[in-house]
Design a protein around this ligand. Sequence first.
Ligand code: NDP
Length: 322
Amino acid sequence: MKAIQVKQPGGVEALDLTGIPIPEPKGSEVVVKIAASGVNFIDIYQREGRYKLPLPFVAGQEGSGTVTAVGSQVSGIKVGDRVAWAGIQGSYAEYLAAPADRLVLVPAGVDDRTAAAAMLQGMTAHYLSHDTYPLKRGETALIHAAAGGVGLLLVQMAHNIGARVIGTVSTEEKAALARDAGADEVILYTQTDFETETKKLTGGKGVDVVYDSVGKTTFEKGLNVLRPRGYMVLFGGSSGAVPPFDLIQLSQKGSLYITRPTLFHYIITTDDLRKRASAVFDMIAAGKLRLRVAHTYPLAEAAQAHLDLEARKTTGKLLLLP
Ligand code: NDP
C-alpha cells in the first residue's frame, strides 16, 4: 500500500511517498481501508521533530474509513463498519491497523469526509468550550485564528452556547468565514492591534476567556484583555512556542487562570472518546455544526498540504484522499 513516511525529521521533503505492506490486525486491532486522512498542525510538529516519534513513522493521526479485517479479540466492530479516529499514528496511508477501542462508529447520516474532518478539531472545539472553560450564555470569548480548522468549529460552538464571540483572523476572506460561523466581532490582528480593539469592544471590562492556538505572537496581549479571574486557554502554538513565563504576571494582571490542555486528556477512556465524538456527530446531524472541508489533496501531495497549512493559506479542514 502507499503511505507517507518520515525517515528523518525536516521540511516537507521529509514526507516520503513509499510502499509498505498492508497491515494485519493484532488481537485487539482492526484494519481500516482509509477514505480520508485529516491534516492537522500536530503533523507538522512531528514532521519537523518538534514532537519526537520513533523513526521511521507514517505521518498523520486522524481519518475515517471502512473496516476490512478484525482481530480475534475484537467485539462490537465488524468488517464493513464505517469508523473514524483521532490520535492514531499512521493515518497518511491507504490502510491503518488501529486499536478497536480507539475507534468510533460513524453514524449513517455523516459521510466519510465529514467524519474525518470532525474528529480531532471537532472534539478539540468541544472540550475547550464545554469542559476546559465551560462557556455560558452571555459571556464573551476571544478566539484566535477564528477561520482555522479548530477556529471555525469553536466559533460555532461558542455561538450556539449563546456567548458573544470576538474572533481574530489575518485576511478579509477569513473574516467573512468567521462571521458566517457566528463571530459577533472580527479583528484583523495583522492590521489592527487586537488588545486595543478587544478592550474597546468590551467597554474596558475584558473577556471571560481567551482560546489561543497561535501562541508566540498573541499570548502576552491575550493576558491583557482578560477580565479579573478570566481564563487563558492556550492550546497551540501555530506562530511558535510561548517563551518561559513568570507566574507573578497572573496575579498582576487580575488573578488570572491559565491552562495548556491537550485533546488526549479529554478522551482518555473509550467511553470518554465515544461520548465526545457522539456529541460532535449529534451537532452535525442537528445542523448546528457545519464542517468546512475547504482543501482536499491526493495522498501523494501531503507535502503541499503541509506547505499550505504552514503558510496560513488555508481555512477550515484539509484532507488527504488515498
Ligand atoms: P489552523 O487551521 O488553525 O491553522 C493555523 C492558523 O493559525 C493559520 O491559518 C493562521 O490563521 C494562524 N496563524 C497565526 N500565526 C501563524 C503563523 N505564524 N504561522 C502559521 N499560522 C499562523 O490549524 P489547526 O486547526 O489544525 O490547529 C490550530 C492550532 O491548534 C495548532 O496550533 C494546533 O497545534 C492546535 N491544536 C491543539 C489541540 C489541543 O488539544 N491542544 C488539538 C488540535 C489543534 P490566520 O491566518 O487567520 O492568522
